[in-house]
Design a binder for this molecule. Structure first.
Ligand SMILES: [Zn+2]
Length: 342
């Protein structure tokens, strides 16, 4: 068994870096592992303009240091002006835009209430080739929380792709066998990101011995058969699927609460976490493509220069990182990981 694994520098195609003190606390972890990252725009207020994205990008640069490139996204609302998206792309600010159905997750209150209101936006995105990143869950309270992704695909995503045959879409953080099948069948203009936690846990993790807020995220983890389908998709070598951590830190007070926030903080050990899954499947030789090649090819961006090396070496993941209200519980807290970023 090889004791080191050297990969082209990877990127994270879906991350929440937050803002303010939390940004300062978490950005270095992402920058240590990844060359670039698609940064989610769901701040409060959300990033809806070129000026706001540019200013946020500066704050990320300051927090993450040199050598890391944040790729900015625009948060779509019912009132998004397509001209703003076009200008943001032309000025090298927007790499993609993000669709949250209204109230689907953290800071999604200003999200889209009805896709029909965005027809002009979708036409523009298709024309200028700006990818549409989708949080694919319906918010209809009558739909069971575990079925919301599947229902979104049937009700909204399939018709959207039908109406706009040239639109480039990433279905983010997929959690079901149905989503993997749908994306696989969607051709080269449709892709999906897969998180480390959805590859490792099923929904039982939230209830093991008691209520465990650190395993609560949205879309919520599903049954074991879905986890198995995601592992098969991620490790298959299919360029449709690529790395996106959805690392989503929250202060402890927001996680350990009567109404705890959704989100798992996995940035500090993300590659080690993915490596564990690929190794279990006997697919370590396909980790590089998933982490470093499929994403940039979909986005039409150059592959990174340079490499990173993982070494086989047990590391115990700490129970907490940081201090005070910024003390965060990393994914795999208290567990041994068998690879370590050199
Ligand atoms: Zn997310």
């Amino acid at each position: 068994m090889a004791d080191t694994l050297t990969l082209r520098r990877p990127d994270d195609w879906h991350v929440h870096l937050r803002d303010g003190a939390l940004l300062q606390a978490v950005a270095p972890a992402t920058a240590r592992q990844f060359a670039r990252a698609i940064v989610m725009p769901n701040l409060s207020p959300p990033i809806t303009t070129v000026a706001a994205a540019r200013a946020y990008r500066e704050r990320i640069h300051a927090a993450a240091g040199a050598g890391f490139t944040p790729l900015m996204t625009a948060y779509l609302t019912d009132d998004t002006d397509p001209a703003e998206l076009e200008r943001g792309q032309a000025e090298g600010v927007f790499t993609a835009c993000k669709l949250y159905p209204a109230n689907a997750t953290t800071n999604a209150a200003a999200g889209v209430t009805d896709l029909a209101k965005l027809e002009r936006v979708f036409e523009t995105l298709q024309r200028i080739g700006l990818p549409l990143l989708i949080h694919g869950e319906v918010t209809d309270a009558a739909v069971d929380v575990f079925d919301r992704e599947e229902v979104f695909i049937e009700r909204h995503l399939a018709p959207l792709l039908q109406r706009h045959q040239g639109l480039k879409v990433v279905l983010e953080h997929i959690t079901t066998a149905e989503a993997a099948d749908f994306v696989r069948a969607g051709g080269p203009r449709v892709a999906a990101t897969i998180t480390p936690h959805h590859l490792h846990i099923n929904r039982n993790a939230m209830f093991r011995g008691g209520l465990r807020p650190d395993f609560y995220c949205l879309p919520v983890a599903k049954r074991e058969r879905h986890r198995r389908a995601l592992v098969a998709a991620a490790t298959s070598g299919d360029p449709t699927f690529f790395l996106g951590t959805d690392s989503a830190p929250h202060p402890r007070s927001a996680k350990e609460s009567a109404c705890g926030c959704a989100g798992i903080y996995n940035a500090p050990f993300a590659l080690e976490s993915y490596a564990a899954v690929f190794e279990q499947e006997g697919a370590l030789q396909r980790l590089e493509a998933f982490a470093s090649e499929h994403g940039p090819r979909f986005y039409g961006l150059p592959l990174n220069e340079g490499t990173i090396t993982l070494e086989r070496c047990d590391q115990l993941v700490p129970q907490r990182l940081g201090e005070g209200d910024l003390s965060l519980v990393p994914f795999h807290a208290g567990e041994l990981l068998s690879w370590r970023l050199a």
